[in-house]
Ligand binder design. Sequence first.
Ligand SMILES: [Zn+2]
Length: 139
Amino acid sequence: MKPLVYRRTSLQALALGALATPWSLVHAETSLAQAMRRALALRDEASRAGDQAYGAVVWRAGEIVGSAPSRVVTHNDPTAHAEMEAIRDAAKRLRSRDLSGCVLVSSARPCRMCETAAMWAGISRMVYGENMTDAGAPR
Ligand SMILES: [Zn+2]
């Protein structure tokens, strides 16, 4: 069992609110900091693949429910930002377009397109960069 580690109290409060039961807190595997490390690894993966150097993860209640590198160049899709792809991945995996309670964890500050997509998906909060900057709820 790994302890949950948060750098900001507001994020901790959100994460705790997103958890269904105290039992799931005990068994939560992936902290937000670990989710960020994954987003940064996806950024590096995108870079190695010749794409734009961005990566993103959708995290909820101690687990990564969606993730993606940028695919703008490799898929010739100007909207395939890492955050858009991660949101699509999470919605597909969760079989829901409602991602409320989820945190969008990305290697850089989401652009307006991605923030709007996060808002439509009901994402609760955005965190970006190696310093885990809290960008608040998408608007
Ligand atoms: Zn974007």
